[in-house]
Design a protein around this ligand. Structure first.
Ligand code: GUN
Ligand code: ZN
Length: 436
């Protein structure tokens, strides 16, 4: 191994080996108070206490000191809409009115490639500034909106999944495609982008109400032809939406069953929200290997409901956290974790700090079926990681003086932290964002 390509990152290092659960099982995490993460050519090649790792390598190995900062895997956002950046924090509506008043008008701008690219660039820079190195992203109905987000992600060498939104009814005409063009455009885009760099294609029917039977069938056909792609949609977010789906699809047993019948429930299918499901839905989702994106800031902001994490994990369903911006109110996963804790409190559940970390790293990677490449510091994985500082505000600094254990420290960091706590983000071992 050529010493000049090796970089040792030294700091406090924490990552998950499994789901620590509500009880914060210490065996599900690995922590080194003075650790070294050794990176070579963008991959993790060694990890352990500095005292035992460093002596194994030549004395002239490049050493990056993170000086007491906490080094964790890059965070993963399992559900976000990049075109909705400009309508974040729009007041007053629940889902269906919010879509009509704010979302559809802003998305109609993305037929303009220049606009799409400039929003995509801003969006990805904001993700990195917030410590997010991977995301599963909605574009708009316009193919050029997908080209824009993929081009911007490729430039940053980010692992990112996205897709063209499919919507052929119950929305403004200017935003409608049709079943045939949805299939053709999606196929063309996935053949162009999937597997380029670190990019993944996601077949993206917006949600059942805006997709005809023919369009859902076309999406299902594509999902069967390209099993390595993701499927990304919304499910059972809002009570009025669920009632509407029951009216539109009288032959389906449930909202999830609409997708199941169309062939859209499979491994690598990611469903945002999943708030109003019945027992059979949980069983079906688990059996198929589908995943849920839990989007707490959005669920509170749009008044949609409370996610049942204990039930989902009880069924061993893959779950990751999503910001769901513009329905969500922060692009930061720290804020998102802290709101997840509060949602679960209202459901008489709790969220340990270790499990919160799992839901934005390894658990999220499992939800996206990317855990062979990202999510923790297993040897051979991509070196996507971030560093967090403990003194980003006077209050955080003061509170942490009274923290006794790692779980408590991490909990305080999550509850009080935001983008100011992110010192740096590394993508494939390269510095992609630095606060300094
Ligand atoms: N359901 C259908 N479209 C959307 C969207 O853009 N945001 C959210 N939160 N839910 C949706
Ligand atoms: Zn959404």
């Amino acid at each position: 191994m050529a010493a000049e390509s090796l970089v040792a990152h030294r700091g406090r290092i924490l990552h998950c080996l499994g789901d620590p659960g509500e009880e914060a099982d210490p065996a599900a995490v690995e922590y080194f108070s003075d650790g070294v993460l050794m990176v070579d050519a963008g991959r993790i090649v060694d990890l352990g206490p500095a005292a035992s790792v460093l002596p194994k390598y030549p004395g002239d190995v490049t050493l990056t000191e993170h000086r007491g900062n906490l080094l964790i895997p890059g965070m993963i956002d399992c559900h976000v809409h990049y075109p909705q950046i400009d309508i974040i924090a729009s007041c007053g509506d629940q889902l269906l009115d919010w879509l009509n008043h704010y979302t559809f008008p802003v998305e109609s701008r993305f037929d303009d490639s220049d606009e799409a690219l400039s929003v995509a660039e801003f969006f990805l820079d904001e993700l990195l500034r917030n410590g997010t190195t991977t995301a599963l992203v909605f574009a708009t109905v316009h193919p050029q909106s997908v080209d824009a987000i993929f081009a911007a992600a490729l430039k940053r060498n980010m692992r990112l999944a996205a897709g063209k939104v499919l919507m052929d009814r119950n929305c403004p005409e200017a935003l409608q495609d049709d079943a045939a063009s949805a299939y053709r455009d999606s196929r063309e885009l996935l053949e162009r982008w999937h597997g380029q760099g670190r990019l993944h294609y996601a077949i993206t029917p917006r949600f059942a109400p805006t997709c005809s039977d023919a369009q859902l069938a076309a999406a299902g056909k594509l999902a069967a032809e390209f099993p390595e792609t993701l499927v990304h949609t919304h499910l059972a977010e809002n009570i009025d939406e669920v009632a509407w789906v029951a009216d539109l699809f009288p032959a389906s047993r449930s909202y999830l069953d609409v997708y199941k019948q169309a062939g859209l429930l499979r491994e690598r299918s990611v469903f945002a929200h999943c708030l109003h499901l019945d027992e059979q839905d949980y069983v079906d989702l688990a059996a198929a290997g589908g995943a849920m994106a839990f989007c707490p800031t959005s669920n509170l902001f749009l008044g949609s409901g409370l996610f049942d994490l204990a039930r989902a994990r009880g069924h061993r369903i893959r779950v990751g956290l999503g910001t769901d911006v513009g329905g969500g109110t922060s692009l930061g996963m720290l804020r998102t974790m802290s709101e997840a804790y509060k949602v679960l409190q209202l459901n008489r559940q709790t969220l340990s700090s270790y499990r919160a970390l799992f839901l934005v790293t390894l658990g999220a990677a499992e939800a996206l079926y990317m855990d062979d490449r990202i999510g923790n510091f297993a040897l051979g994985k991509d070196a996507d990681f971030i560093t967090l500082n403990y003194d980003s505000t006077p209050l955080m600094q003061r509170r942490l003086e009274h923290a006794e254990e790692l779980t408590e420290e991490l909990f305080v960091l999550i509850m009080l932290g935001d983008d100011r706590a992110i010192s740096a983000a590394y993508v494939m071992g390269e510095l992609a964002y630095s606060k300094e």
